[in-house]
Design a protein around this ligand. Structure first.
Ligand SMILES: NC(=O)c1ccc[n+]([C@@H]2O[C@H](COP(=O)([O-])OP(=O)(O)OC[C@H]3O[C@@H](n4cnc5c(N)ncnc54)[C@H](O)[C@@H]3O)[C@@H](O)[C@H]2O)c1
Length: 409
């Protein structure tokens, strides 16, 4: 391959035909940091592949890139070092040490993040950093989009990347006023120069990614690209996207158990889920405005899976002593033959970031393959990874998993 013009890559052996960049938004958060350590440990052969869906034998022929064909970068509001975020996320010190060189290299590629209409808890997070931290603010959404695009273009050029996948793992934003959004990209685009535009930073990252030709993944409950106008932009641009809100624990159980109960013609009368967690995500979600985005995603499944709406309650409480160890208790009250009442109770105790990080890596790898195949618009085949999938109706997990294999295997 002839030498490329422009900035030189960090690795002179790098090959534009082979490498894809993952741009992690919220790069020093628990999920992104665990994904970064996991990616480094995989490329160094330090860990196995348990927890990675793309390492299942069924996907061996999917033509996915190897882990060492990816380069990580991203943006953040918080200064600091990935090594320290990894320690906060409870990753063993020996593993952090073994991956330290990779983490330092990623740190050097972390740009300041963009805060725009992001809600009080994210404003507080940005404001509490010394010297204003890394947050950038812009007078209009269009100015913010252009600045993010410049970061992505720089990443692509400096690392000589064939493709870029932007993955949002930033703190959850409050809900966006979706009914006020126009249905087409031309109409939405016209509002980006106005301060009245209701879009939040998570959607501006989506627009910037798509405009720059990068595929987009929204791992958070924030709106991201999940509206008609941004999907319209993606389709017109020939860019694919996937979202919304990674399905890692309680909702994974719901999408397995609700179809099971329905297939036995058992009548669910109520489904109550109480969640307690103590990490930084839990702190942001303790703000009622931010929490309502998460509750909306968690509560959406039952009507679609059962065909009716039982009484349903989901709560999320911040308990700092728990750190990453999230506990979800579910109480399902149902009725069987002759009206006999029964109860299913279960407790899920997960390490939040260890559940989420492999899915982030899987998603980036699969979306990269879709981008390579020239797919555009919402990737419904990835629904099994999300609580509120875009591009596919909500369905049971086994149905969603079959769709994944049918598309990629
Ligand atoms: N099991 C899971 O952990 C799980 C499952 C599904 C979804 N999620 C979602 O993933 C996201 C990340 O979770 P986490 O536990 O890593 O949270 P976290 O609070 O540890 O990390 C989020 C990071 O995003 C940064 N950030 C916030 N706004 C930003 C912006 N506008 N630009 C750039 N950076 C920004 C914060 O500074 C923080 O470092 C959350 O939205 C969470 O709801 C997590």
């Amino acid at each position: 391959m002839p030498p490329q013009a422009g900035p030189q890559p960090e690795d002179p052996a790098s090959d534009r035909t082979a490498r894809t960049g993952f741009w992690l938004v919220g790069a020093r958060g628990g999920v992104a940091t665990t994904a970064a350590v996991g990616w480094s440990a995989l490329t160094r052969g330090l860990i196995g592949t348990t927890g990675l869906v793309t390492e299942l034998p069924a996907l061996a022929g999917a033509g996915l890139k190897d882990w060492d064909q990816f380069v990580l970068g991203g943006c953040e509001l918080r200064p600091g070092r990935l090594r320290d975020s990894a320690a906060e996320a409870g990753i063993p010190p020996a593993l952090i040490e073994a991956c330290a060189a990779d983490l330092d290299a990623i740190d050097a590629r972390i740009a300041p993040g963009v805060v725009h209409n992001s809600g009080p808890a994210i404003d507080e997070l940005a404001d509490e950093q010394a010297d204003g931290g890394l947050a950038r603010r812009f007078p209009t959404p269009r100015a913010a989009v252009d600045a993010i695009r410049a970061d992505l273009d720089r990443f692509r050029e400096q690392q000589r990347l064939e493709r870029v996948v932007v993955v949002v793992t930033a703190s959850t934003e409050p809900p966006t006023d979706e009914p006020s959004l126009p249905p087409t990209w031309d109409e939405l685009n016209a509002t980006l120069t106005s301060t009245d535009c209701p879009l939040r930073a998570g959607s501006l990252y989506a627009i910037a990614a798509i405009e720059s030709g990068a595929a987009f993944v929204n791992f958070t409950p924030s709106l991201g690209a999940s509206c008609a106008a941004i999907d319209d932009l993606a389709k017109r641009s020939g860019v694919c996207h996937a979202g919304r809100d990674g399905k890692t624990g309680e909702t994974l159980l719901k999408t397995v158990l609700a179809p099971m109960l329905a297939s036995r013609n058992l009548e669910v009368m109520s489904w109550v889920g109480h969640n307690i967690l103590g990490n930084a995500d839990g702190r942001v979600l303790s703000s009622p405005e931010h929490k309502s985005s998460k509750l909306g995603c968690k509560d959406a499944a039952l009507q679609s899976l059962l065909g009716y709406s039982p009484q349903s309650l989901v709560s999320i409480e911040y308990v700092p002593s728990l750190g990453e160890r999230k506990t979800a208790w579910n109480h399902v009250h149902f009725r069987g033959f002759m009206g006999v009442e029964m109860t299913l109770q279960l407790t899920w105790q997960g390490h939040d970031s260890a559940l989420a990080a492999p899915l982030v890596l899987d998603l980036a790898r699969l979306v990269d393959a879709s981008a390579g195949r020239g797919e555009s618009g919402a990737l419904g085949a990835l629904a099994c990874f999300f609580k509120s999938p875009c591009g596919a109706p909500l369905a049971g997990h086994s149905e969603q998993f079959a769709a994944l294999l049918a598309h990629y295997a």
